[in-house]
Design a protein. Structure first.
Length: 188
């Protein structure tokens, strides 16, 4: 019935099947237990016009990977303080895109709409003279995350790998719009 993804079963109920002043949602993941309520959720759809341009000569391209997080169910585990890979990787981009003149080529993370993302990936490019600064910032940010999430996310890793690229990157204005949009959403 796609109860987690679409609530098709609930939408299929006839309005006269249930008669009450108050209805309480009951659910459970475990035998003999009942949860009352819901963690809530939203679907977010946006249509943006994002402009791209060729990556300038003299830039090096990298895949920035945040992985090793536990992930989890957005209903049953949203309250336990697990890391959201999308939010954490976007936080890095938001903090350093301008200072590095970073070119954002691609961003991917999460696989299910009702799960806390356990990994996220960004393909980025920076000028050759900014590569050392990028590497240093990535290492520093990994340590910050390991300290912030030490109790919950012991396998967290932030990796930076050189990759080949033939795709265009977002222009700075589109990059900033994209990053601000992802950074502003409660869950990505």
């Amino acid at each position: 019935m796609t109860e987690e993804a679409g609530m098709d079963g609930a939408f299929g109920l006839q309005s006269n099947w249930l008669q009450a002043d108050i209805l309480i949602n009951t659910d459970s993941e475990e035998e003999g237990e009942i949860y009352m309520g819901c963690a809530g959720g939203i679907d977010f759809t946006s249509n943006l016009h994002l402009d791209r341009e060729a990556v300038p000569a003299g830039f090096e391209t990298f895949k920035l990977t945040l992985k090793g997080l536990k992930g989890g169910h957005s209903g049953g585990e949203i309250h336990v303080g697990l890391g959201n890979a999308n939010k954490l990787l976007v936080r890095f981009l938001a903090g350093h895109a301008e200072e590095l003149d970073l070119r954002l080529i691609d961003f991917n993370g999460g696989t299910l709409r009702n799960a806390i993302p356990r990994e996220a990936f960004a393909t980025i490019a920076v000028a050759a003279d900014k590569v050392d600064a990028l590497k240093s910032l990535v290492n520093t940010y990994q340590e910050i995350l390991k300290n912030e999430l030490a109790e919950k996310e012991k396998n967290l890793a932030l990796l930076l790998d050189s990759v080949a690229n033939d795709k265009a990157a977002l222009i700075a204005k589109s990059r900033d719009t994209f990053i601000r949009l992802l950074n502003a959403t409660r869950t990505v």
